[in-house]
Design a protein around this ligand. Sequence first.
Ligand code: NDP
Length: 295
Amino acid sequence: MSSHPQQSAVTVLGLGPMGRALAGAFLDAGLRTTVWNRTPGRNRDLVERGAVGARSAEEAVAASGLTVACVVNYDAVDAILRREAVTDALKGRTVVNLSADTPARARDTAAWAAGHGIQYLDGAIMTPTTTIGTPAAVFIHSGPEELYRKHLPVLEALGGTHTHLGEEIGRAAAYDIALLDIFWTAMAGYAHALAVAKAEGVTAQELAPLAKGIGAIIPPLFEQAAEGVDSGDFSGEGNPITSAASSMAHIVQTSEGHGIDAGVMRAAEGMARRVIGLGHGTDGFIRIAEVLGRR
Ligand code: NDP
């Protein structure tokens, strides 16, 4: 195996659903793709399609100038990369870490990489495995821009859009966390709504079309609220937070009346009541962002 980094070669560490999708897209693009996973046997279909199945992580990273890591979190990344043999093999090469974790972990990994002569970019994938290799995939990246530009042609084999969010290494993870905050809070709301609807005799499929309508109201509100938050205008004209708190109390009452836990809604109502208690009752719901940010 060549000891020289190769521009047209890429290594994928981690063959969970996402790692396999990434490796498959690299193969489809005709790149020499080397794969490795902690648990053996997960590379079978990829090897059949032409991937090189490395016997160890150090052999895998030595095969390419660029290694893409995609495992469950940065503890797993550390368990793979911070073994001496792997760290040594990575010297002078680039790691693009597409695993999810916190901005602080991204900064820590970048500091470790810099201390070992490893070039490092952080990133996150914002769409499901089925989008990889298609125009629908969304990737965000952060770290040295020159390094990003150098590896972008290979990363573009993954399809979709790639956005460089800045040189500060934690930025991709910061966006990821904020976007997943929206996603999981919304999904928690939907799961809860389905439970309450069922208790009232409404099936999930009966609710779904109207639930989609509620979802469609939200994007314009995001934009409007973003303008308000950045400019400090929290005006609640036509929809004060007192009205929101009252609506939330109805949800709590109905849920708990059916013996369904309403912890998420109680927390949201609690934030609204705090804002009202601070004298902002005529402001809109998004005043919560400013009050939470006071810390
Ligand atoms: P998982 O998040 O379940 O990650 C599975 C991978 O992590 C496997 O390769 C697994 O290896 C590896 N792993 C776990 N613990 C360790 C460890 N201690 N040491 C070494 N390897 C370990 O599945 P995905 O592939 O779906 O996700 C990978 C990343 O992609 C995650 O950070 C996820 O948040 C992100 N992502 C995933 C999306 C999706 O739709 N699946 C969408 C967007 C982002 P093993 O097989 O040996 O257990």
